[in-house]
Design a protein around this ligand. Structure first.
Ligand SMILES: [Mg+2]
Length: 188
């Protein structure tokens, strides 16, 4: 990995629920956070390959009034704790109710553009991993390569058209690492 100070860097955009952790239908409490077993190690490998790790998560439970932003923040802190030793570079969430959605809510690309600005991300060298068609649509709308995982809702999301399909997060990470080796300069 040879990212010079002024150069943009690639990222892996990460859906949270059903992708990094078990889908529990509106996770409202840190106790409900169950990170999939191989996720910390897979995140660490992606990081070592030069990728920024950026969570982008629709949290309509806030907009629907199921839980508060303060409760969401407690869950977010638990996720960050539970993926260690990997360190997330950014966590973006969208509280919008689906019927009053802004461009931040996936499949809108608002969160990706915010992260791109905050972290100097090169979207053309980036990837998105998610378990829903709206994740895949978001990635495609932003011009990043997409991987659908079959965990969470992934096995039912037959209308999704990802670049790759993986059994789980660890396999998705391996796909990215393999692609990284095929990049022109051999680095992320
Ligand atoms: Mg999900």
């Amino acid at each position: 990995m040879m990212n010079r100070p002024n150069e943009s860097v690639p990222a892996v955009f990460l859906d949270r629920d059903g992708t990094l952790m078990r889908e529990v239908n509106y996770c409202a409490h840190p106790r409900q956070v169950e990170i999939f077993q191989d996720v910390p190690e897979a995140l660490q490998k992606l990081k070592q390959a030069g990728y920024k790790l950026i969570v982008i998560s629709n949290q309509a439970g806030i907009g629907r009034g199921y839980f508060s932003e303060a409760q969401y923040r407690l869950v977010e802190a638990e996720v960050e704790r539970a993926v260690r030793p990997a360190t997330l570079d950014g966590v973006y969430f969208c509280p919008d109710h689906p019927e009053r959605a802004t461009a931040r809510r996936k499949p809108g690309i608002g969160m990706i553009l915010e992260a791109q600005r905050d972290h100097r991300i090169d979207l053309a060298r980036s990837f998105l991993i998610g378990d829903k068609a709206i994740d895949i649509d978001c990635g495609r709308n932003a011009g990043v390569r997409t991987i659908l995982v079959k965990t969470g809702y992934g096995a039912q999301e037959l209308q999704a058209a990802p670049d790759w399909i993986a059994e789980d997060f660890a396999e998705a990470a391996e796909i990215i690492l393999k692609q990284t080796q095929l990049e022109p300069d051999g680095t992320a």
